[in-house]
Design a protein around this ligand. Structure first.
Ligand SMILES: [Zn+2]
Length: 322
């Protein structure tokens, strides 16, 4: 039987690290996970990751070879292969993750980028963006991430960090952002952003709402989604407010890179039409007439559970097929 070519896809999150062996068409040949912050020392983390990948490999009966490794990581820099000052990780400074794994795996290609760029590459190779040369993936989770594909290539910019759409200013000097500044888009549009919008509405409106029972620390964006599905007016208003703000921002985005499509991905995107409809309406209302009715806005069709590792393995395949 022919030697099966596989790559390792790694999704390094602030909470968990997930890794898998994946072939070129996106079939997963086993996966594993462990808490990212389990190791005080970054080198110990890298060794644990290597051992995890080798363990997966040892369980595959078919003869195979690991050709390369792709990593999606917070503040991951494609050019340097380093993770730079990621707020949610216990290791500080610049972490040469790609180089360290490359040494442990005998010099095979190891590529790294941030998680939203990895999601964009996953969408391009395995998802709804197949064949598209210009599109954007917006990830709506704990923050707002973005991956831009322009003329068939991921936009990395001069220093490797391009596409921080979550940190464009929506309303200066307003809500405090995790980046240390105020008024960033992600403080209004993300899972925590939706919650902040909900509380703002609870304060400003007299309307009855099941959400008045929640304390701020109790409430999750999922609670708001469930309330909206049950017809709660405040919850529906919160989604409309969030979608309106996102749509305005996307109309500005279209003016810069003019994508064929924009895909929404991540926890908040799971609420489906609750977020999609007001976003589309607001984007259309704010687009320059040149582009009205021309930019597709849709939900990602990648499987949520596997999308991140598919994205990072797609990054590896893209590098190998260069
Ligand atoms: Zn910010």
């Amino acid at each position: 039987m022919q030697l099966k070519k596989l790559v390792a896809g790694i999704d390094m999150g602030g909470t968990n690290t997930v890794y898998a062996l994946v072939d070129e068409v996106g079939t997963i040949y086993g996966s594993g996970t462990f808490p990212t912050n389990l190791y005080q020392n970054f080198d110990q983390y890298i060794v644990a990751l290597r051992d995890g990948i080798l363990d997966l490999s040892s369980k595959i009966e078919r003869e195979h070879k690991i050709m390369g490794i792709g990593i999606g990581a917070p503040n991951g820099n494609y050019y340097t292969g380093c993770i730079d000052s990621a707020a949610n990780l216990i290791w500080k400074g610049s972490l040469p993750m790609a180089e360290k794994l490359k040494v442990l795996f005998g010099g095979i290609p190891v590529v790294l980028t941030n998680d939203a760029n990895a999601a964009a590459i996953g969408e391009m190779i395995y998802g709804s963006a197949k064949g598209m040369k210009n599109f954007v993936v917006i990830t709506l989770g704990t923050g707002l991430g973005s991956g831009f594909v322009v003329n068939g290539e991921v936009l990395y910019g001069h220093d490797g960090f391009a596409g921080e759409f979550g940190h464009i200013s929506y309303k200066r000097d307003s809500r405090q952002c995790g980046c240390g500044r105020r008024g960033c888009l992600e403080t209004f549009v993300s899972a925590p952003g939706l919650k902040r919008n909900t509380f703002e509405l609870l304060i400003n409106e007299n309307t009855q709402s099941s959400l008045r029972e929640f304390t701020f620390s109790q409430m999750t964006s999922k609670d708001v989604a469930i309330a909206a599905q049950n017809g709660d007016k405040i919850a529906k208003m919160a989604f409309e407010m969030t979608g309106k703000i996102l749509g305005e921002a996307l109309a500005d985005l279209v003016a810069i890179t003019t994508p064929e499509a924009i895909f929404l991905f991540g926890g908040l995107a799971k609420s489906g039409n609750l977020i999609l409809d007001p976003t589309r309406e607001s984007m259309e209302a704010n687009l320059l007439s040149l582009w009205k009715g021309k930019v597709k806005l849709q939900l990602s069709n990648l499987d949520e559970d596997n999308a991140a590792i598919l994205g990072s393995s797609a990054l590896a395949w893209k590098e190998l097929n260069k």
